[in-house]
Ligand binder design. Structure first.
Ligand code: MN
Length: 401
């Protein structure tokens, strides 16, 4: 049997979890993840981190195994400069990078902070060039090339982003990228600054830039979530030949945020079969740390790191999961440092109650199981949320009279 994936005919294969995977995309390609939780993420409205908090998150990201940590935008403030400098000093074995406009003052701050890599950018869409930059397309290329040459002359690794790339003239975008690659840029990045791309558009753009721009560069994407497409766009870009995606923990970032690290990394590794250097067992812990420092509640239904991502209540699902967890779970929760939770409520069945009774050290008797289940359902029908403590009390009353 042969299955067609987006026009490519390949033999389907199934991984150990039973998923059908697109075999020809495997072969051990390692995808780079540039984490920008501490830069784009911190630009989330209403969020401001102290240097110590930024350092703590950077250390956790290094342990998690991202390839680059974008530490901040040093020209912004004294504290930001200090935080970026501290991160560049403390982090070993993972690239630390910082943001700069194509301005001398911005780049000088990065050199002064002793950051080894720079992420410099300039807008390439007509809209931004005309109304924001007030520069001609030729002046934009000139400034970009100057910034690359200046940063390279100071020995920095250089990543260049074309801001608003997804709304830029295609030929002009390729021309800018070619000019910066010729000037020595190590990586070029297609920024979907206002999140208007969708998978087929990003796929086309990645293929177009890869064929139009010559040279040895790493191609990256930076996707925003204005239409809820950031993760889909990021993984599609990788599937179309990009080498790197910009991500943030929990998808924090400007407006509706960026592509979520935990989702992009998990999809790439578990669904597509790419290699990422992430230690997945730490991903839930890092998400909790970021939520705490950003002052956020992780939505319960958030993929991979939400409290409900591996929770089960409905009788049919609990019965399945207790017989074999993969019946209603895509992966073992321990892979991503999470726990399976059996929640008792209106939708519960007797298998869930039996499970709870056994966990409390009692022998589950049929009539007691049904009695507890009926009481739980009566409470739930009155709109009362049955907590773990209430449940323990119910079970103990049954056994102790
Ligand atoms: Mn952004």
């Amino acid at each position: 049997m042969r299955i067609s994936f987006v026009g490519v005919c390949i033999a389907p294969t199934q991984n150990s979890l039973g998923y059908v995977m697109n075999q020809d995309k495997k072969g051990g390609k390692v995808v780079r993840l540039l984490d920008t939780t501490l830069r784009d993420g911190e630009q989330m409205p209403g969020v401001s981190l102290a240097p110590q908090q930024k350092l703590e998150i950077a250390l956790a990201l290094a342990e998690l195994g991202v390839d680059s940590i974008e530490a901040g935008f040093p020209i912004t403030s004294r504290g930001e400069f200090e935080a970026v400098r501290a991160i560049a000093r403390e982090i070993r074995g993972v690239e630390v990078i910082a943001l700069a406009r194509a301005h001398k003052a911005d780049i000088d701050k990065i050199i002064e902070a002793e950051v080894p890599a720079i992420h410099t950018f300039i807008a390439t869409s007509d809209l931004h060039m005309k109304y924001k930059l007030r520069l001609s397309p030729e002046q934009v290329i000139e400034k970009a090339v100057w910034a690359i040459e200046y940063a390279k002359s100071h020995g920095l690794v250089v990543e260049f982003s074309a801001e608003d790339a997804t709304r830029s003239d295609l030929q002009f975008l390729a021309k800018v990228f070619q000019a910066v690659v010729d000037a020595g840029a190590d990586r070029i990045d297609i920024a979907d600054t206002v999140g208007i791309a969708h998978p087929s558009l990003i796929s086309f753009l990645v293929s177009y830039i890869k064929s139009a721009v010559k040279g040895g560069y790493i191609l990256s994407v930076h996707c925003h979530n204005d239409f809820g497409m950031a993760v889909a766009n990021s993984v599609t870009a990788i599937e179309s030949g990009a080498d790197q995606a910009h991500v943030t923990v929990l998808g924090v970032g400007e407006r509706a945020g960026n592509a979520a690290l935990e989702e992009v990394a998990s999809a790439l590794a578990f669904l597509y079969g790419y290699k990422v250097k992430i230690d997945f067992s730490k991903i839930n812990r890092v998400a909790k740390l970021v939520a705490r420092h950003f002052g956020l509640q992780i939505p319960p239904n958030k993929a991979i790191v939400g409290v409900n991502a591996f929770s089960h209540e409905s009788g049919i699902h609990v019965h399945g999961v207790l017989s074999h967890p993969l019946t209603y779970e895509p992966i073992d929760p321990t892979i991503v440092g999470a726990e399976r939770k059996i929640v008792i409520g209106k939708h519960s069945g007797k298998h869930a109650v039996e499970y709870v009774i056994k966990q409390l050290g009692y022998e589950p008797k049929e009539e007691i199981v049904l009695d507890v289940l009926n009481k739980v359902k009566e409470l739930a029908d009155q709109g009362i949320k049955v907590t773990w403590d209430m449940l323990i009390k119910l079970v103990k009353e049954e056994y102790n009279g």
